[in-house]
Design a protein around this ligand. Structure first.
Ligand SMILES: Cc1cc2nc3c(=O)[nH]c(=O)nc-3n(C[C@H](O)[C@H](O)[C@H](O)COP(=O)(O)O)c2cc1C
Length: 192
């Protein structure tokens, strides 16, 4: 598949089998993140890949513990791959994915958030190329800003200067892989 076809094929997957991502592939995905464009070339973001299922389940619950659905009533994200917005019975923001990468950036750096999401995008593209399903997730900051989350950061030796910005979850899609959604018209133009 050429790069554009790969990008068109990639979807956010929220239903996973139990099959774990092999370390060889995980290392390539982390390397893809490390090669992402980054502000000023500072390579400031840091990644923690967790394959401890119980820990991922616990952090996934923290990820949605303070998620407020009330203002989202009426909207939907995906019929084939329901998100926490679509299905209030989902209890983990990580959807049972066997591997979760937390992307950290400096608390005080202006471009810490875009850096993190650039790394996340590189990771999901590499994952797709390797036949691994994925989803980018938000709410890194609030996931760990509680005593349980802070304890985990301490165990991972994350310095106080760094903050979780987002996550990439990885695994193998359970069920049919969804087709791409059609794109809205008129989203770009070329000026000459
Ligand atoms: C910045 C950002 C934050 C996202 N946060 C979440 C999230 O917290 N939970 C989730 O299920 N999906 C999340 N997604 C995935 C989007 O819902 C998904 O990309 C979008 O619905 C388009 O679907 P597709 O990726 O399958 O094309 C996020 C995506 C981005 C880019």
């Amino acid at each position: 598949m050429d790069t554009l076809e790969l990008m068109k094929y990639r979807r956010s997957i929220r239903r996973y089998t139990d099959r774990q991502v092999p370390e060889e592939d995980l290392l390539k995905i982390l390397e893809a993140g490390a090669y992402a464009p980054n502000a000023g070339g500072g390579q400031r973001s840091r990644f923690v890949a967790c394959q401890d299922r119980m820990l991922n389940e616990a952090i996934g619950k923290l990820n949605i513990a303070r998620f407020d659905r009330s203002h989202l009533v009426g909207g939907f994200v995906s019929k084939e791959q329901p998100s926490i917005i679509d299905d209030p019975t989902i209890r983990s923001g990580f959807y049972g994915a066997p591997t979760v990468i937390t992307i950290f950036g400096p608390k005080s750096f202006l471009y810490s958030i875009p850096d993190a999401y650039c790394a996340a995008e590189n990771m999901v593209i590499e994952a797709t190329a390797l036949g691994i399903s994925s989803c980018i997730l938000a709410r890194g900051e609030e996931t760990f800003s509680n005593p349980e989350g802070e304890k985990i950061l301490c165990e991972w030796n994350i310095p106080d200067t760094m903050i979780a910005r987002c996550f990439v979850i990885l695994g193998y899609a359970d069920g049919d892989y969804p087709m791409s959604k059609p794109r809205k018209e008129g989203r770009y133009m070329i000026v000459k």
